[in-house]
Ligand binder design. Structure first.
Ligand code: G3I
Length: 528
């Protein structure tokens, strides 16, 4: 988008061996170490690229030739030209390519430093330069020339960028190249065979060039404000739903044109640009289509209303990185610049470093991202604000149990146990603990995300089990913050280590994603 919108391992040490060129998911692939998908990463890496590589991910940055300081190759395994591959710079008359000096510099730097390149971008309403207003035929010429110019040196190309309208309308933009579209039967979409759709035609051309030239380059669609299933206030994110329909249509048979989707991830105070709790579920929804998902232009305003400068921003970065890590097909994250001072939105201080001209200082957000990356992928994720599932309980009350914590001042002989009963019986047994559970549903055609709230009754509980009969045909594909048993018919969820204890009247939440319809689900809670 333009600046005018309101939205606004340690490298696994490979001694003596040049780090292999990496590519998560294919293309001119760079191997930064084997992916440890599904497990916590064992090593503690001290750069972003090495930490991400442990999960088979790239961690990248947008840059221009003037920013290629040593930090770029040290910290990042992927490079997006921030401006130097846009048609404004490299499109000549009639779809020719020109003026590629800066772009070549970036591609060569990436090659030298085993970095994946994302081409950004081909068909875009903004910064279109000599492509502005072009016919589909000229666009096709340009797409072919751009793909062939760099071939497999570019692993991912944003073929279509920002095709959808602002303000959560769920519509396409009402400006070129959308003006090339024709809705022949007037049914409100451009997916019918009789319709004309510049998105379909542009991807068709790109797919044909890739196939005929034997390229491994992956073809992506990229947009912003598409990150959550919902926007602020809980309404459906119609822009994300519209993107989902496009990707669903053109990534599947008979087309199979789209390989990857980019969530730009410029998070800020705009109601449609928030970090919603359903970010992970939305990433998963697209991933379930079989495409790779990338967070392509990440920056996080440090002045969100729910956030303070410093730790608040770091916690938000942690949450976003965790959401990607928890989805196996979320294969890369790119921050939109190195340093706040050099960012397109410097006033919002949204990046991981401060400083300029190569003299950079790491922010707390940097350390949060590094730490989260080092935890690796997890199938069941803790909430970012919650305690680490692998860490010790920090609750003082849980560590003062006489039976579980013998110490000189609390010797075991006096502990109550079956073989060593307490000298006095309790006056009366504690009241039976109880809990209730409610389900909130977010649905789309063919799938849903359920958020389940577990609430303790009049007494605290130490654990819970929630039983949910699923509607016919529904099945569960992914769960977070609970241990799942079963995937269809009746499923059961029990607490994980960090959310079993719930104080009287208080609540905790877990979630799951499913295919089919989740409408009408009810949940029964049993406490322990
Ligand atoms: O380099 C010239 C400089 O010589 C001149 O003095 C100055 C005067 O305005 O302009 C400089 O160029 C600017 C360029 O950034 C480099 O800083 C352009 O005016 C300015 O328009 C351009 O902004 C870029 C913006 O896209 C244009 O839409 C931002 O750097 C870039 O970060 C931003 O990136 C976009 C993505 O491509 C798509 N997603 C949203 C993202 C943020 O808007």
């Amino acid at each position: 988008m333009t600046g005018t919108s309101g939205r606004t391992g340690r490298l696994r040490i490979v001694t003596g061996i040049a780090m292999a060129a990496a590519l998560v998911g294919g293309a001119a692939a760079v191997a930064l170490g084997p992916p440890l998908v599904g497990a916590n990463a064992a090593a503690t890496a001290d750069t972003l690229r090495a930490a991400a590589a442990q999960s088979g991910m790239f961690f990248g940055v947008a840059a221009s030739p003037g920013r290629l300081n040593s930090i770029v190759a040290r910290e990042f395994s992927q490079l997006t030209p921030e401006n130097d591959m846009k048609p404004e710079t490299i499109a000549g008359a009639g779809g020719t390519i020109q003026n590629t000096g800066n772009a070549d510099t970036l591609v060569n730097y990436a090659q030298t430093n085993s970095m994946v390149v994302r081409g950004h971008t081909m068909v875009w309403y903004s910064q279109a330069g000599q492509l502005q207003g072009a016919s589909q035929s000229t666009l096709n010429t340009y797409i072919k020339n751009a793909l062939l110019k760099w071939g497999n040196k570019i692993s991912y190309w944003d073929v279509v960028n920002e095709s959808l309208d602002d303000n959560n309308t769920g519509q396409r933009r009402n400006q070129w190249p959308h003006t090339l579209d024709r809705d022949a039967n007037g049914d409100g979409d451009y997916f019918d065979a009789s319709d004309t759709d510049y998105i379909r035609e542009s991807f068709r051309q790109a797919r044909q060039v890739v196939q005929q030239s034997g390229l491994t380059t992956k073809l992506c669609i990229n947009d912003y404000d598409v990150e959550g299933l919902t926007v602020r206030g809980g309404a459906k994110n119609k822009k994300s739903d519209a993107l989902y329909d496009i990707v669903k249509t053109y990534s599947q048979e008979p087309y199979k044109y789209i390989d990857c989707v980019g969530f730009q991830s410029h998070f800020n105070d705009n109601p449609n640009s928030i970090i919603s709790d359903d970010l992970q579920a939305n990433i998963q929804r697209f991933a379930d289509l079989g495409v790779e998902v990338h967070l392509t232009e990440l920056d996080i305003d440090d002045d969100l209303s729910n956030n303070d400068i410093g730790d608040g921003q770091a916690a938000n970065y942690r949450k976003v990185v965790r959401a990607c890590l928890n989805v196996a097909k979320c294969t890369g994250i790119t921050v939109w610049g190195i340093s706040d001072n050099e960012s397109w939105r410097s006033s919002e201080r949204g990046l991981l470093f401060t400083g300029s001209n190569g003299s950079y200082q790491k922010k707390s957000a940097y350390y949060a991202v590094l730490d989260e990356l080092n935890k690796g992928r997890q199938t069941t994720s803790p909430s970012p604000s919650g305690p680490s599932p692998s860490g010790p309980s920090s609750s003082p009350s849980s560590s003062t149990s006489a039976s579980s914590n013998p110490s000189p001042s609390n010797p075991s002989p006096s502990n109550p146990s079956p073989s060593n009963p307490p000298s006095s019986s309790p006056v009366s047994p504690p009241p039976p603990a109880g809990c209730s559970a409610s389900v909130a549903l977010n649905s789309w055609d063919g799938g849903f995300v359920a958020t389940v709230r577990v609430t303790a009754g009049s007494a605290p509980i130490n654990g819970w089990t929630v039983t949910i009969p699923l509607p016919a045909g529904a099945s569960v594909t992914n769960t977070w913050n609970a241990v799942q048993s079963g995937t269809s018919d009746t499923v059961q969820y029990t607490n994980v280590s960090y959310n079993g204890r719930v104080a009287a009247g208080q609540s905790t939440e877990f979630g799951f994603q499913g295919t089919g319809s989740g409408t009408g689900m009810t949940a029964v809670c049993a406490a322990s």
